[in-house]
Design a protein. Structure first.
Length: 396
């Protein structure tokens, strides 16, 4: 590996060799540990983004590193023509803890959503149901199926046409949902807690309307839990904060603990929809990633998920105090667990930049929201450090 001397050197090299599609922070990372990352310049940052909700156990977690190392020494890839213990064990843990009947492993959340759409359409075609409905503010990935059910012009402009028989409705609008659902509706896709949409929960009345319409019209509910799942909200799924059991769930990000891993979970009535050969992947369910996923599951149910709830409550308490101190700047504190949003009265990007100058990493979403997604191992001391930096930024 080439040895670099500064972040600026890496930035210049990246600009000469890669597509310029990312709005990167001007930091080249040398190593990371726990909730902190250190740049090649020697600066250490408190990370309240965790790879956009990926590094659930933080960086360098010893049991995670040990499991990855042991599995890599045994075998790193076999393809899905072989039975593999890490896949089976992780699937068993997911079935045990969620109550779903079947698991399919993918590489990412976008790939999981593509598979979920295929599964729903395969189920629906036999019933004359092909339309997929989704909602504004949702983010489901960058592939064509995912983009077809998202209202994100920046991601879509000039790349049409998208999947037919899809529609995007206003989020939390029960009337619009009632007007859109028909006998041809195959599935309704939603994030019960929207991440990129600004850390916004589905309204309980809206969810109840969806359930009533499902009872009447018989469509599937697909829950996108890529960001809110894997314990981030203090419960395993974001929809666990509602009295609902979606038919299909997509997961990724935190479940791999830092390695590429996604999953589709399906209820028992869908377990025989696919026949052999109808869906597949070369790398999905990679044994090293699944070995990491097993550790993540064990750690979540061994206390990390409880920590996400408790420290998350403390974080929101601190944010509420800041809101009282700066009511002209902070309009609302959102979220639950360690998935929080600070809704501002002006664009969030300048405050994210100010936090970075104080060696704290967060990001802006939905224009005016500071999104906070710290590792689920974050402590109250970490929250205090973040709060002090945030307070300093708000003072100007």
């Amino acid at each position: 590996m080439k040895i670099t001397t500064s972040s600026q050197e890496v930035i210049e090299r990246e600009q000469q060799s890669m597509f310029q599609v990312y709005r990167r922070l001007p930091i080249a990372v040398e190593y990371a540990s726990g909730c902190r990352i250190t740049s090649v310049d020697g600066d250490t940052y408190l990370d309240f983004l965790s790879g956009i909700a990926v590094s659930a156990l933080g960086y360098g977690h010893p049991r995670l590193i040990d499991a990855i190392t042991r599995q890599a020494k045994a075998f790193m890839h076999l393809s899905n023509v072989f039975y593999q213990e890490p896949q089976v064990e992780l699937a068993e843990l997911l079935v045990q803890h969620t109550g779903y009947a079947r698991v399919f492993f993918s590489n990412s959340g976008a790939e999981a959503m593509e598979g979920a759409i295929k599964l729903a359409r395969r189920w629906g075609n036999a019933r004359g149901k092909t339309e997929i409905l989704a909602f504004s503010g949702g983010f489901h990935g960058r592939t064509y199926g995912a983009l077809s059910i998202m209202a994100k012009p920046l991601y879509k402009d000039g790349m049409e046409p998208f999947l037919p028989q899809t529609a995007i409705l206003p989020f939390n609008n029960s009337e619009a949902l009632r007007n859109a659902v028909t006998k041809q509706t195959c599935a309704v896709v939603l994030e019960f807690l929207q991440g990129e949409g600004g850390i916004v929960f589905a309204d309980p009345d809206f969810v109840n309307t969806m359930l009533e319409l499902q009872e009447e019209f018989g469509f599937l509910i697909i829950a996108d839990e890529v960001q809110a799942g894997a314990g981030r909200t203090g419960k395993f799924f974001g929809f666990d904060h509602f009295l609902v059991k979606p038919d299909i769930v997509t997961m990724a990000k935190g479940i791999g603990g830092g390695l590429p891993l996604g999953a589709i979970l399906a209820a028992q009535h869908l377990e025989n929809v696919w026949d052999k050969g109808m869906h597949g992947t070369t790398f999905g369910g990679n044994p090293v990633a699944c070995a990491a996923g097993i550790v993540v599951m064990r750690e979540l149910y061994g206390g990390v998920m409880r920590n996400a709830h408790e420290v998350g409550c403390y974080l929101r308490e601190n944010l509420s105090v800041l809101q009282q101190q700066f009511p002209q700047i902070i309009e609302e504190v959102r979220g639950c667990g360690l998935m929080a949003g600070v809704k501002l009265s002006s664009p969030a990007a300048p405050y994210v930049e100010a936090l970075m100058k104080r060696f704290v990493i967060a990001n802006a979403t939905a224009d005016t929201v500071i999104r906070l997604l710290p590792p689920l191992i974050a402590t109250r001391k970490d929250v205090d450090e973040f709060t002090a930096a945030m307070q300093d930024c708000l003072k100007g």
